[in-house]
Design a protein around this ligand. Structure first.
Ligand SMILES: [Cu+2]
Length: 197
């Protein structure tokens, strides 16, 4: 009676539940690892993980006889490594929130009566978020060039911001130095100097 109950009722429930739980724990751990690594590193880690699964599964499938103990050991090893890496990654925290919250300086620029509110734009060499507020009745943007005479080299070009709206321009890294900016819609009237430090 006990054996029958075990085989008919408990095992068909317990095994899938355990498999789902196992998968969830591994996936969650692995996602922490990807979040804690940088953009390019995460791709490498994911490819490495896929390779490990592929090679491991191939080895298991092509082996003549595989004992339950061997499979259990392989799964346990995989779980320990994955969860261990996940815990370490969780303690480190995601890389993106750190980068964005801590480091990117913000500046505010507005446009009104076909003029910027400033003639000089001070940006950080590590990148700057510009909150561009268009308080005019016509569209404007901010585009950055090496100089007033080198307009074919675009260092940054913000999307056109419509009247009465604000855009966040995420300017990437720039070498320290002096540059030129203008509005693409009004390149004669709306110009200024960028200093990057
Ligand atoms: Cu303009």
């Amino acid at each position: 009676m006990n054996t029958e109950l075990r085989e008919r009722a408990i095992l068909p429930v317990v095994i899938p539940l355990a498999a789902i739980l196992f998968t969830e724990v591994i996936v969650f751990s692995f996602s922490r690892v990807l979040l804690a690594t940088g953009h390019m590193v995460a791709v490498g880690v994911a490819l490495g993980q896929a390779l490990v699964i592929l090679v491991g599964a191939t080895a298991l499938a092509s082996a003549r006889r595989v004992s339950t103990a061997a499979i259990a050991t392989a799964l346990a090893l995989f779980a320990i490594v994955s969860i261990g890496a996940g815990v370490a990654a969780y303690q480190r925290g995601p890389v993106y929130s750190k980068e964005e919250a801590a480091n990117t300086p913000k500046v505010t620029v507005s446009a009104k009566n076909v003029a910027f509110d400033t003639k000089t734009l001070k940006l950080s060499a590590n990148g700057t978020d510009i909150a561009f507020s268009n308080q005019d009745n016509q569209p404007h943007n901010i585009a950055i060039f090496p100089s007033a005479t080198a307009l074919q080299t675009v260092l940054f070009r913000g999307d056109i911001t419509q009247p009465g709206t604000t855009s966040t321009y995420k300017v990437g890294k720039l070498k320290p130095g002096t540059y030129y900016f203008h509005c693409d819609v009004h390149p004669q009237q709306m110009t200024g100097t960028v200093t990057v430090s």
